[in-house]
Design a protein around this ligand. Structure first.
Ligand code: G3P
Ligand code: CA
Length: 365
């Protein structure tokens, strides 16, 4: 074999074993592939509560994912919905305020709510009496959990409905700085999750372009991910059909039939993300078995190639089943937002040595 031929063989084999996102992630200082515990270990415990985040940390997730909003008295809290109906007992505590936005409540008012019992009703097979009476958490309390174990996960923070919270990006910067999360953090013990020590210890995420710009202005050094959606002011879709006009049998089928208007449209979003400080994208994905987490397929192979070519890593949301972990990994994604951190860790060959039940019991749940 000539020198040139052997060099070609070597570079081909190097390409085959070194996925493009892996090198990008290493350059940014983000773990690869990444296990992002979506609202904590939220399949097994009420989302964005102490047991959900504690469990994610103990299982060995790389990141605790949370949605940040702000109370009327200016405290940053972790909560997904912009009202309290789905995940609390607001109907009993403040029956005349059921449809009011989270931003209209003080922290003291929110702390009156039970953010755990809804889970027991919705998921009786996973219910625990210890979930009754769980509280909505502040950002500070989530940080306490991230810092509180032997594993040291990072924080993957979304600015939720940021237009409702002018200045929240700067508030977030001040809160993270106060807790020392914008500086180097101590190293975890050997063999433990050590993401909090890495440059990508915090990843900031948003669906909203104006919020990404403000995050970039406030925290230029912190990695940022632009979350992707199709239609309604986001990436332009190939059709104007709505679920109602489409005749699709369910929302997942409708979303699965949606596509981007053109490659040029997708490329324009990648270029915008890169130019405004993003190090990655958070695309929706169409799941094999559908369901209410199954959206538009924005992780098509050509899209992933385009994102990687632009220097962007890819963390799709929200994926819980092995069949999808496998299919999307084969398309080159760089980790997942998942409610089932235990399953994803096992898929990546990093299973927890202890069961979910053991971890919950040992920690008082
Ligand atoms: O943040 C990624 C993913 O969480 C986006 O969806 O609605 O669960 O915040 P959502
Ligand atoms: Ca989120």
């Amino acid at each position: 074999m000539t020198l040139l031929a052997s060099a070609l063989v070597m570079s081909e084999s190097t390409l085959a074993i070194e996925p493009p996102g892996k090198a990008l992630a290493a350059k940014i200082g983000v773990p690869w592939p990444a296990v992002i515990a979506h609202r904590g270990a939220s399949f097994d415990a009420p989302e964005e509560t102490i047991p959900a985040y504690m469990l994610a940390r103990e299982l060995g997730a790389d990141y605790l994912e949370m949605d940040i909003q702000r109370t009327r008295d200016g405290v940053l809290i972790a909560l997904h919905d912009d009202t309290l109906r789905r995940t609390t007992n607001i109907a009993q505590v403040y029956p005349d305020r059921i449809t009011q936005p989270v931003s209209s409540f003080t922290l003291a008012e929110l702390k009156q709510l039970d953010a755990g019992s809804w889970f027991n009703t919705a998921f009786p097979a996973r219910a625990r009496s210890s979930y009754v009476g769980l509280k909505i958490l502040t950002l500070d309390e989530v940080i306490d959990i991230a810092e509180g174990g032997e594993n040291k996960p990072g924080l993957y923070i979304e600015t939720k409905v940021p237009a409702q919270f002018p200045g929240i990006e700067e508030d977030l910067k001040n809160a993270l700085a106060k807790r020392g999360w914008l500086d180097q953090r101590p190293e975890a013990a050997k063999g433990r999750v050590n993401v909090a020590h890495m440059p990508g210890r915090v990843v900031l995420q948003t669906f909203e372009k104006p919020s990404l710009e403000l995050l970039q202005k406030s925290m230029p050094q912190v990695p940022k991910v632009l979350l992707l959606w199709l239609g309604d002011g986001y990436i332009q879709a190939s059709s104007d059909a709505t679920f109602k006009t489409s005749g699709a049998k369910d929302k997942a089928s409708f979303y699965a039939g949606q596509d981007v208007k053109s490659e040029a449209e997708f490329a324009a979003w990648m270029a915008w993300a890169k130019a405004h400080g993003a190090i990655g994208i958070g695309p929706s994905s169409a799941l094999k078995d559908g369901g209410d987490q199954s959206y538009m397929d924005l992780v098509k192979p050509w899209m992933n190639r385009m994102a990687h070519d632009k220097g962007l890593i890819i963390h799709p949301y929200t994926v819980d089943d092995e069949v999808d972990f496998k299919a999307l990994s084969a398309r080159g994604v760089d980790g997942f937002f998942t409610n089932r951190a235990a399953q994803l860790l096992a898929f990546y060959g990093r299973p927890s040595a202890e069961s979910l039940d053991t971890l919950l019991r040992r920690n008082g749940y």
